[in-house]
Design a protein around this ligand. Structure first.
Ligand code: OSB
Ligand code: MG
Length: 373
């Protein structure tokens, strides 16, 4: 397909509720969107890099630089038929996976529209609905967290994930278990514990967490494998898994028994599907993580989470948990049973509110194909 133009936009959007993790507080998001125009169609991608390089090395500013000066040009010079070719097209650029994912996913979006199929079915999705959970940040008081748990359960969410870090862990789990002994509860440490905390981490077993996400370093497999031998709770890796090879290594070493797949973290749908398939063949369940996305990234997550091995509730929640006004319509809603219905219309299934996108846009660059006179 002939790509006519790539448009980069930065939107600034305020979160409904500030989100605190072991690495810091997020109150608003600066979001890079990638619009790809080809064959009269428009595909959208969202770069999930944060304002600061806390969760990964990328930030919106590194993504803007690499997207504007490297990836847009490479894409316009290639004539890809399919998002799956982006790996090859972007091969000389190392890393920068969140930025690459935004471009690749926009192409998959174009292709789904061109073929008149839903993005979910183009990716190989089989589920009509996906199970949803929430990720609850650290709050100033435990009482406030318990209120948030109560609200999420009342809304129907199937799984509660709490952020934890040294000093915000066993008391939190104990208080939640006291009130809700049976709910599906998980904890995400975002790499905040060290080897000296092994005994503390082993004491988490008592709270019957469905899994413990990324307790140790963001780039580690070996020590997670050592920890997994000493605890009952299943380890889930998030940050450590950058690609399919990492997933294979982690599974082989027993560094984790569950994998969180984030399409941005792994560089796009192609790699995400590769991890999904590798994990499925080895009996390792996966779930879809979130990065406080707008409706565009969220719609991509919904399509991905419709693949068969996404058997656990993901961090894919309703638009209204994040935004007063989401940039897609209809906004994304979760049923009283904690499910999102996977759209069946061609493409993503959620229209972009272009007027709102323009209003929130604080930076824009258009990159066009060279036109020969
Ligand atoms: O580790 O899963 C994480 C948000 C930003 C960065 C990292 C993480 C998260 C979340 C939020 O947990 C998930 C969401 O609701 O989008
Ligand atoms: Mg995580």
């Amino acid at each position: 397909m002939k790509i006519d133009a790539v448009v980069l936009r930065e939107l600034q959007m305020e979160l409904v509720t500030p989100f605190e993790t072991s690495f810091g507080m997020t109150t608003h998001r600066r979001v890079m969107l990638v619009e790809v125009r080809a064959e009269g169609l428009v595909g959208w991608g969202e770069c999930v890099a944060g304002e600061h390089p806390w969760y990964s090395e990328e930030s919106i500013d590194t993504a803007w630089q690499v997207g504007r000066h490297e990836l847009a040009r490479l894409l316009l010079d290639a004539d890809p038929e399919h998002g799956g070719q982006c790996h090859e097209i972007f091969r000389q650029i190392r890393g920068n996976r969140m930025c690459k994912a935004a471009f690749e996913n926009a192409l998959w979006d174009v292709q789904a529209q061109a073929e008149g199929v839903s993005l979910a079915s183009l990716l190989g999705g089989t589920r009509a609905t996906i199970p949803c959970g929430v990720s609850l940040g650290i709050t100033p008081t435990l009482e406030q967290l318990l209120e948030r748990v109560e609200t999420a359960l009342a809304a129907g969410y199937q799984r509660i994930k709490v952020k934890c870090r040294p000093g915000w862990d066993t008391d939190v789990f104990a208080a939640i278990r006291m009130r809700w002994p049976r709910i599906q509860l998980t904890a995400d440490a975002n790499a905040s514990y060290r080897l000296k905390d092994m005994d503390l981490l082993a004491s988490f077993d008592h709270y019957e967490l469905a899994m413990l996400e990324q307790p140790l370093w963001s780039d580690d497999f070996y020590f997670h494998s050592m920890l997994q031998k000493q605890i009952e709770t299943k380890i889930c890796l998030d940050e450590s898994i950058r690609n399919r090879r990492d997933a294979l290594a982690a599974i082989e070493m027993d560094s984790c028994r569950v994998i969180n797949i984030k399409v941005g973290r792994v560089g796009g749908f192609t790699e995400a599907i590769g991890i999904h398939n590798a994990a499925m063949e080895r009996g390792i369940p996966v779930w879809c993580g979130g990065m406080l996305e707008t409706g565009i990234g969220r719609s991509h997550n919904i399509a991905l989470a419709s693949l068969p091995n996404f058997s656990l509730p993901g961090d894919v929640s309703a638009s209204s948990r994040y935004w007063k006004d989401d940039i897609v319509e209809p906004e994304i809603t979760v049923s009283a049973h904690g499910e999102i219905t996977v759209p069946t219309a061609a493409g993503r299934g959620y229209a972009v509110r272009e007027d709102l996108v323009e209003r929130l846009c604080v930076r824009r660059e258009d990159v066009r194909a060279f036109v020969l006179a």
